[in-house]
Design a protein around this ligand. Structure first.
Ligand SMILES: Cc1cc2nc3c(=O)[nH]c(=O)nc-3n(C[C@H](O)[C@H](O)[C@H](O)COP(=O)(O)O)c2cc1C
Length: 274
């Protein structure tokens, strides 16, 4: 049995799978022939499932994955372009969080949406570390403050540019400008030798933020947290990622305690048309 099966009773030889396959491993010599696999097809296939996604006749099974195993596209659930534009423009970095934790199931739901984000070669290299325990998140924020102290000492120009002295001063008097009162930290990490991991983690985090926003969960990129996880050994020890893994970004999460009434303007797009 081949790793991709074409059901010849269902197949109408429309060639959609041939056109869609990014690796061009499906061929149809003419409109009378059924699709077939080219040589080295199994080795080249990136498991993206686009062949199943486009076949109007449910005629393709990929590595045992039948069309019926894939969620159908529900057209009536798709938002309009105008709705998407408004949603994306109204997304805000949330810095005012309620004190109740977000249930694990809801964070899992956000991650479940984010795992559909694109990744180079469909490697799907993103791993997630969720610091759900609020006390642990606060403990990590304390380590971020230690990293800031170290930067203030060793790289004063950079510390000044990032206003780290101010953040540490506030931290010391009990004002948290590191987590901003977020209850949870979500870190996206991956194998540091996988050249697609950094991009994939960043994109997945961007999707996570949008998913959170759509579900009423507040999120803000944790730039300081991420910087500490990337370079500060005590932070790296504290989060204990698997061997060979690197943190590629962090999201602060909690219940949004703020309502936004207006969309603040942003810089005009700087576009070069050729
Ligand atoms: C990579 C990155 C890191 C960020 N780090 C922080 C952070 O550590 N703390 C914070 O409050 N906001 C952080 N932000 C949020 C930005 O300040 C925010 O996106 C910007 O002010 C625009 O606001 P908006 O996201 O509501 O449009 C970060 C954003 C990005 C993209």
């Amino acid at each position: 049995m081949s790793f991709i099966e074409f059901n010849e009773e269902r197949c109408k030889r429309d060639g959609f799978c041939v056109r869609e396959c990014p690796m061009k491993i499906i061929a149809m010599p003419d409109r009378e022939s059924f699709p077939r696999l080219v040589s080295r097809a199994e080795e080249l296939c990136i498991d993206c499932g686009h062949c199943i996604a486009v076949c109007p006749h449910d005629a393709i099974t990929l590595k045992g994955l039948a069309p019926e195993d894939c969620e159908p596209v529900k057209k009536d659930l798709l938002p309009t372009g105008e709705q998407i534009a408004h949603f994306m423009k109204t997304r805000r970095s949330v810095r005012d969080f309620k004190s109740e934790p977000v249930p694990k199931e809801l964070i899992e739901k956000c991650i479940d949406i984010a795992r559909y984000a694109p990744s180079g070669h469909n490697f799907q290299p993103v791993h997630w570390l969720v610091i759900h325990d609020t006390d642990e998140a606060k403990r990590l924020a304390g380590i971020v403050a230690d990293w800031m102290r170290m930067v203030i000492e060793s790289m004063p120009a950079m510390a000044e540019m990032m206003h780290l002295e101010l953040v540490v001063k506030e931290w010391d008097r009990g004002v948290d400008k590191i987590l901003r009162g977020a209850q949870h930290i979500v870190i996206a990490h991956g194998d540091r030798t996988n050249m697609t991991a950094q991009g994939a983690c960043t994109i997945a985090l961007a999707h996570l933020e949008l998913a959170a926003c759509s579900l009423g969960v507040g999120a803000t990129w944790g730039g300081f947290v991420h910087a500490a996880t990337a370079v500060f050994p005590p932070m790296q020890q504290a989060i204990a990622l698997p061997d060979g893994h690197q943190s590629f970004g962090a999201m602060l999460m909690g219940w949004n305690n703020m309502k936004y009434r207006r969309i603040p303007p942003r810089k005009d797009a700087r576009i070069t048309w050729c």
